[in-house]
Design a protein around this ligand. Structure first.
Ligand SMILES: [Fe+2]
Ligand SMILES: [Fe+2]
Length: 135
């Protein structure tokens, strides 16, 4: 039984960003299901998707932060980079279907994504909402 699921308390109330966060959380849930099933093939599929989708999401989010002239943009960029660095470390083994590496990746994602969305991402939500309303 998987435990990591999208829930409304992750919403920051920006449709594009929320949609992308939802996709990332769903990808994490898929990894959890694959690990619970002990399926190396499905575990292997998780790494490239997460890498690609996180890149798209971080780029979109940083573009929005630049648009609102968010003073914490550089700091936020560094947080995204720290995610990428950890993925760099785990990606190879996960892509080979290594279940232990998959479990380590899942633990990292569960802590990082939820903490980041509820903290650093939520911090700029109000200003992004204001920007979208002026469009
Ligand atoms: Fe972010
Ligand atoms: Fe985000």
């Amino acid at each position: 039984m998987a435990t990591i699921r999208w829930s409304d308390d992750l919403i920051i109330d920006d449709s594009q960003i929320d949609f992308q966060h939802h996709q990332l959380i769903d990808a994490m849930s898929d990894l959890e299901d694959a690990l619970a099933a002990g399926d190396p093939g499905r575990v292997a599929e998780a790494a490239p998707f997460l890498r690609l989708y996180a890149q798209v999401h971080f780029a979109d989010e940083e573009r929005v932060l630049a648009l609102i002239a968010w003073p914490g943009l550089e700091e936020h960029r560094l947080l995204h980079r720290s995610f990428n660095r950890r993925l760099d470390e785990l990606e190879g083994a996960v892509a080979r279907g290594d279940l232990a590496a998959g479990t380590t990746l899942l633990g990292f994602l569960a802590a990082w994504l939820q903490g980041h969305i509820r903290g650093a991402d939520r911090a700029f939500a109000e200003q992004v909402r204001a920007l979208r309303q002026t469009k």
